[in-house]
Design a protein around this ligand. Sequence first.
Ligand SMILES: Cc1ncc(C[n+]2csc(CCOP(=O)(O)OP(=O)(O)O)c2C)c(N)n1
Length: 194
Amino acid sequence: MSGMSGRSAVEVVRRWRGPGDVVITTMGTARDWMAGPMTPLDVVLVPSSMGQATSLGLGIALAQPTRRVVVLNGDGSLLMNLGSLVTIAAAGADNLVVVVFANGVYEITGAQPVPGVGVVDWVAMAGAAGIRSAERIETLEAWEREAPRVLAGPGPTLVSLTIEPEAALAGVGPRSPGPAAARGRALREALTGG
Ligand SMILES: Cc1ncc(C[n+]2csc(CCOP(=O)(O)OP(=O)(O)O)c2C)c(N)n1
C-alpha cells in the first residue's frame, strides 16, 4: 500500500494529542484507536448511529472551553451530519478539530463506496459552512509534519486526510468497550474531576 493508512494516521494523532485533550473516535477510527493505549479522555463512540461524533465533540468543546477536542470521523459518518459543520462554525468552537478520514468507503460494513468520492471536496464543504481553518493532507509524511500545528492551532478546524482503505479491514468493526452509561459516567469524572 502506498497511500496513508487509517491506522498510521490515527497513530499520528495519538502521538501529538495533548494530555488534557479529548479524542473522540467512531467506526474505523475507534477500531484503530482501541488497538493502542487509551486514556480516560478518549471517547469511543461505539455502538452508535453514524454522524454523531461531530455533534458530541461540539458539545464537549463548548462545555470545556479550556480543553481541546479532536474528533476522528469517517467520511461516510460526516455525510450523515453535514449540518454539524454549520453548527460548529456558528458556535465558534475554537478548541475543536474535526479530522475526516476520507477513505471513500464505508469500511467497517464492508467497504461499500461512499457517494460523491472524487467530487465532494471536504475543504470546500467546511469553508462553505463557515469553518475558515480547513485543509487537505494527502500523505502520511505531510500529516506527521503538520499534525502538531493542526491539532494545536486555533479552530474550529477541519482537516481532511486522504486515506487509502485496506482491503483486509473491510467489514472489520470496533468492539464496544463496554456499557455506554458506565462509560459516560467515567468520562464525566475524567472531564470534571468528580
Ligand atoms: C445512521 C446509520 N446508518 C447506517 C449505519 C450502519 N453503519 C455502521 S458503520 C457504517 C459505515 C461507516 O463509514 P464511515 O463513517 O465512512 O467510517 P469507516 O467505516 O470508513 O471507518 C455503516 C453504514 C449506522 N451505524 N448508522
